[in-house]
Design a protein around this ligand. Structure first.
Ligand code: LLP
Length: 412
């Protein structure tokens, strides 16, 4: 979203026109931005055999998945339902990685039957997989390297106390099971967490995986997960991709040399690919001055974008209806849910009038996918701006969606 001719635009379409045509609250994604991010990642790792597997939990709309597929990006899924969405978007099973945590074994069997490759993240699951498939189905192992990094405790996944992966200190048990069943381990995986700005954390975790790689003669893949930090506000530190690319690629080449064969380097970014592409457009229902602060109450809330409430995350907000004003004011931007759902506190915005359209930026990742029907409100519609045109890619919910699957007992 850019200001051009004194108005906010996405691919030259005035954002206000999109809001008017489709109504608010509305998620709008810019396909060009997604493609730009894919290319950024590719150019940072241009010297290695890079495969990108979009962590689709960040944004599962099937049109977005289709866009990823058209751009040569695979997907990482965490449930049979995400797997089904991937297949629906035209992916082959072989383009899909299943990285579940603590699921029942039948989910793993479903994913194997669909042709996906599985990241096994528990010794008992590794054992069951070995017993059932022996060396007939290639697999990957998710390692927990015990590296603590990430934007906040809720989104860290590789530290000592984390439930994810098989602890690197259990390497002997892993190797024993693999050898007992002659398993075809083609990849090692690790995912450190989300919002990681320090290249050093990626390198430290990678070193542990690289070292273990030598124990697997059939290894083809090192999957370093996702977690690149994006900028949620001006001046926010981000993962420096060119530096990270240079550092990791160098270490990766050394590993390939040491092992005497070429490996693929996989990443599973979610936020990095889609966060900046998305905005949540909302309507300022009320402006409410009080003696010590002025609230702007919008037609959305934690039911549509839970990140500020759940993680204390910052989302930049702009007044789309008043893009170039000399008059600013400080507001608390709050939702319409019946509990405190503050999007932004003491935020300076161009003066807000009732019925102005506001945009919450960087809402492409973990926005819609974490939305709910709390307060029995409809989830927003979704729009993809693709090749200069705004396309509806999910209709706004209706009362039918709220009533779906509910059963009236007819209690007299
Ligand atoms: N791979 C695995 C195995 C993951 O668990 C995740 C995210 C990713 C990749 C992608 O991470 P990303 O590149 O998006 O940071 N809801 C939180 C983020 C939770 C991330 C969960 N796992 C948020 O809104 O900040």
């Amino acid at each position: 979203m850019k200001i051009n001719n004194n108005q906010y635009e996405i691919q030259s379409i005035p954002v206000l026109d999109i809001a008017q045509q489709f109504g608010t609250p509305l998620y709008v994604y810019d396909a060009d931005k997604i493609v730009e991010k894919i290319n950024q990642l590719r150019s940072a790792f241009a010297t290695v055999d890079l495969k990108i597997k979009f962590a689709c939990k960040a944004l599962t709309n099937i049109s977005i998945l289709q866009l990823m597929r058209q751009n040569g990006v695979g997907i990482d899924v965490v449930s049979p339902q995400e797997l089904a969405l991937g297949l629906h978007a035209g992916y082959q099973g072989s383009d899909i990685t299943f990285t579940p945590s603590g699921v029942s074994f039948d989910e793993i069997e479903t994913a194997v039957a669909a042709g996906a490759i599985i990241n096994l993240d528990n010794l008992s699951v590794l054992q069951k997989f070995g017993e059932k498939y022996g060396n007939t189905v290639p697999c990957m192992i998710r390692i927990k390297p015990n590296v603590a990094a990430g934007g906040n405790a809720k989104i860290m996944t590789a530290h000592e106390g984390s439930k994810f992966g098989i602890d690197i200190r259990q390497r002997d048990e892993i190797l024993q099971i693999v050898s007992q069943y002659d398993m075809n381990v083609v990849g090692l995986h690790q995912h450190t967490g989300s919002d990681i700005k320090e290249a050093e954390a990626f390198v430290r975790a990678a070193d542990i995986i690289f070292e273990f790689a030598a124990s697997f003669p059939k290894l083809q893949i090192i999957d370093l997960g996702g977690g690149f930090k994006v900028s949620y506000k001006e001046g926010d530190p981000i993962t420096a991709m060119p530096e990270l690319g240079a550092q990791l690629s160098e270490a990766f080449h050394q590993l390939s040399q040491k092992l005497g064969r070429k490996l693929q380097l996989w990443f599973e970014p979610g936020k990095f690919l889609v966060s900046e592409s998305g905005v949540l457009l909302v309507n300022a229902n009320v402006v409410k001055p009080t003696p010590n602060r002025t609230f702007v109450g919008v037609n959305s809330g934690l039911n549509h974008l839970i990140r500020p409430m759940m993680y204390g995350s910052y989302h930049h907000i702009v007044n789309v209806s008043n893009p170039v004003s000399t008059h600013t004011q400080t507001y608390d931007v709050v939702g319409y849910i019946c509990e405190t759902d503050t999007f932004a506190e003491a935020r300076t915005l161009n003066e807000v009038h009732e019925n102005d359209v506001l945009a919450l930026l960087n809402a492409g990742a973990y926005g819609f996918t974490m939305s709910s029907q709390y307060n029995s409100r409809f989830r927003p519609a979704e729009i993809l701006v693709y090749q200069g045109k705004a396309h509806l890619i999910r209709a706004r919910e209706t009362m039918e969606d709220i009533l779906r699957n509910q059963i009236l007992l007819n209690i007299q």
